[in-house]
Write a protein that binds this ligand. Structure first.
Ligand code: ATP
Length: 379
């Protein structure tokens, strides 16, 4: 963009941030660097402290411990804090609504008061066009749909080309289809202008869609930072594995660097003999015979027999419930107890694969997508 706007975002550096509310620790020693032009998602369950980190960076919460830099400027350290408007950050918060008494053009141009009227209009119109809101400059916020309002709020936040864009669950008010469209547009815009962004979400799919890197948070701490595929395929902890995606879970005990599963042994390097472990297996790691290898293929080597309990089409993939107990009296709603405990498995299969209930399958395991964690490791 022209108009004297910066074309690449600034680095954001968060150093050893901690925060308590009424003596309760909400953020605990968080450090994170976001490179210029990078989109990083802070991902974690409700209450883990993500919003507090974002509010501290934005200057909406008084800093207690740690330090925040935008570019090479310290914007906050204890006792020395720049006000929000002097930090070079743009905010897209779910509850930060458009100003209802200003039309869309004026809303979007709100942070551009230093530009001449002509330049301001040019920038506002260009942004509205890019977010498919051309023609809405004179409309009032209440005349726009939810998705249009979100896009206008995004345009307002990025209009002044802030060094860093901060987004807190920016798409959560939208229905599923619209959410996909708006976040796609947001990502294109961030990437086209090489903006730096820190995005808070509790939705792993959203994080994987948006992020160059994901920082997974739990109980005030960052537990893993990495590219989406690394966090998904090489989770550092059981919590990360389960938070990022569905898993089948069984208990085991290690012997000679391995742990037995119904699908054969898995490597369990670095565990002492007799260590109790949890084995987490992604549904897409379970290959159903004749599916992965193409229609008509015979049972895969090392496959075990299974029986279909139910199969559902989820759109791009099929979700197959099966049991390893091929006894036809085993019912779908059997409760998990005793030996039945691990008999209900889930597999995700690309495309349409909808075998009838009772069909026999041969199942094999892709060991790359199975993870072994020590029992009692609560990180
Ligand atoms: P969510 O996804 O539900 O917004 P979050 O991960 O963003 O959660 P925070 O909003 O940062 O989490 O909250 C972290 C913890 O701090 C929670 O236990 C929350 O109850 C508490 N908390 C947040 N804001 C305040 C506040 N203003 N006063 C007291 N406690 C607060």
């Amino acid at each position: 963009m022209n108009n004297g706007m910066r074309s690449t975002g600034s680095a954001l550096e968060i150093q050893d941030l901690s925060h308590t509310y009424d003596g309760r620790r909400a953020v605990d020693g968080v450090s994170l660097r976001v490179e210029p032009g990078e989109v990083v998602c802070l991902l974690g369950p409700s209450g883990c402290g993500k919003t507090t980190v974002l509010r501290l960076v934005a200057g909406l919460e008084k800093l207690q411990a740690g330090r925040i830099l935008v570019g090479d400027q310290v914007v906050a350290e204890p006792g020395r804090e720049a006000p929000p408007e002097a930090r070079g950050v743009g905010l897209v918060f779910q509850d930060l609504a458009l100003f209802p008494h200003l039309d869309i053009g004026t809303n979007v141009g709100f942070g551009l008061r230093r530009l001449s009227a002509g330049e301001r209009n040019q920038r506002v119109e260009a942004l509205l066009r890019r977010l498919h809101l051309e023609g809405y400059s004179k409309a009032w916020p209440h005349q726009l749909s939810g998705g249009q309002q979100q896009r206008a709020a995004l345009a307002r936040a990025i209009a002044p080309a802030p060094g860093v864009v901060l987004m807190d669950e920016p798409f959560s008010g939208l229905d599923a289809r619209l959410r996909g469209v708006v976040r796609d547009e947001a990502l294109h815009l961030l990437k086209a202008d090489r903006m730096t962004a820190l995005v808070v979400t509790h939705d792993p799919e959203e994080a994987m869609f948006m992020a160059d890197r994901i920082a997974v948070m739990r109980a005030g701490k960052i537990v893993q930072v990495g590219r989406p595929r690394d966090v998904y395929t090489r989770p550092a902890t059981e919590f990360v594995a389960e938070f990022l995606g569905d898993v089948n879970r069984i208990d085991g005990v290690t012997r000679g660097g391995r742990v037995e599963t119904p699908f054969g042994p898995l490597l369990a390097d670095g565990f002492a003999d007799g260590q109790g472990v949890h084995v987490l297996i992604r549904p897409e790691a379970l290959r159903l015979a004749g599916v992965a290898a193409g229609p008509g293929a015979g049972p895969t080597q090392g496959a075990v027999k299974a029986r279909v309990l139910a199969a559902r089409l989820l759109g791009r993939t099929s979700w197959v419930h099966f049991c390893l107990n091929t006894d036809p009296t085993h019912r779908h709603d059997a409760t998990a107890a005793g030996n039945e405990e691990h008999s209900h498995w889930h597999a995700r299969v690309p495309g349409q694969f909808l075998p009838e209930e009772g069909t026999e399958l041969a199942v094999s395991l892709d060991a790359q997508q199975a993870f072994v964690f020590a029992v009692g490791d609560t990180t």
